[in-house]
Design a protein around this ligand. Structure first.
Ligand SMILES: [Zn+2]
Length: 66
């Protein structure tokens, strides 16, 4: 049986690691690589753990989030 406190700490560490890895991203921004560009206006296929097909889409996504 999983320990609830352990899981909470694990999530906290994971969030911290993610924040450090992507300092440019806004805190709380949680995107998971899904094989497609996260820009709703695009939807292109992307490979690996990429979130966007290119920088322009990433920038556009940031803009549309506001
Ligand atoms: Zn795209």
């Amino acid at each position: 049986m999983a320990d609830v406190i352990d899981i909470a700490q694990e999530i906290e560490e994971l969030a911290l690691a993610t924040a450090i890895r992507s300092r440019k991203a806004a805190p709380g921004l949680k995107l998971q690589p899904a094989g497609i560009c996260q820009n709703e206006n695009c939807g292109e296929d992307v490979t690996g753990d990429r979130l966007f097909c290119n920088r322009a889409c990433a920038d556009e996504y940031e803009e549309t989030k506001r």
